[in-house]
Design a protein around this ligand. Structure first.
Ligand SMILES: C[S@@+](CC[C@H](N)C(=O)[O-])C[C@H]1O[C@@H](n2cnc3c(N)ncnc32)[C@H](O)[C@@H]1O
Length: 255
């Protein structure tokens, strides 16, 4: 039998994900977030049956912060993570990076309304416009399934200081097949209902199937831990909610 190493397995999956979704990632998804920006937080609340705040609290509770640390939130969207971190540790230097000017415009308003400053850069995160060894902490929440993940993780590792931590959280693919089947059925129905409730435009309607397909090809909590190890993080811990429907990972970039 041919031996397939974990590394080959993940690069193979990345190639398959890119082949399946590159058109959507490079075009449609940006139009979806531009359209949804002003009601993004309400959409999330409806789609998650109100559980989004629990998912966020659970993720932020895993993040260790020290005074005056420099933090980067990748795919920051409306700055929910950056704001939650500043509430926890108000003297942080927080940077947000996202491709959507519309999402970041709402994010800037959200931060300002709470008296916080978050530095904003609008760019594609496959190349991070920051020097090597620059951040103490890097976070990403609810975005990695839309990315060429290994490429972005390499960039994150590059900009992290030795001894810095990367915190990842996203909807994942439950490893239990029964949980996964029920979850995908729920999501398929849910995406249609939410699109109807918020009168989604042609781009969001065009991506309805993608949102479920992207998860079917994504990583389970266990695979995500292994993928982070393979990219050179030394200590990786994880926490799963709802049987692996949502997972958080904390990874140390060794000193
Ligand atoms: C579902 S939102 C998540 C936002 C935020 N992290 C949160 O937890 O609410 C996904 C974000 O990823 C951004 N995004 C997707 N692909 C991107 C890319 N290639 N480069 C930069 N940002 C991207 C989108 O613009 C969007 O703001």
């Amino acid at each position: 039998m041919e031996h397939v190493s974990e590394l080959d397995k993940f690069s193979g999956r990345e190639i398959a994900r890119e082949q399946a979704f590159s058109e959507i990632w490079s075009k449609e998804i940006n139009n979806v977030f531009a359209d949804v920006a002003y009601y993004y937080d309400r959409v999330n609340r409806a789609a998650s049956l109100g559980m989004i705040d629990w998912f966020r609290r659970s993720f932020v509770s895993t993040i260790d912060l020290k005074p005056k640390q420099r933090v980067l939130d990748v795919c920051a969207g409306t700055n929910a993570v950056g704001i939650a971190l500043l509430k926890k540790q108000p003297d942080l230097e927080v940077y947000a990076v996202d491709r959507s000017a519309e999402m970041q415009s709402v994010g800037q308003e959200n931060a300002k309304a709470r008296g916080f400053h978050i530095d904003s850069t609008i760019t594609d995160v496959h190349t991070l416009p920051f020097p090597d060894n620059y951040f103490d902490v890097v976070t990403i929440q609810f975005a990695s399934r839309h990315l060429r993940l290994i490429e972005v993780i390499r960039e994150i590792k590059r900009v992290l200081k030795p001894g810095g931590h990367f915190y990842h959280s996203d909807m994942l693919r439950p490893s239990n097949k029964i949980v996964a089947k029920a979850y995908f059925a729920y999501l398929t129905a849910c995406v249609s209902v939410v699109a109807w409730m918020f009168k989604s435009n042609q781009y969001a309607l065009g991506c309805k199937k993608y949102f479920v397909d992207a998860l079917k090809m994504f990583y389970s909590p266990e695979e995500m831990s292994q993928l982070l190890f393979d990219q050179g993080f030394t200590t990786v811990t994880s926490k799963s909610l709802l049987g692996g429907v949502v997972g958080s990972h904390k990874a140390l970039s060794a000193a």
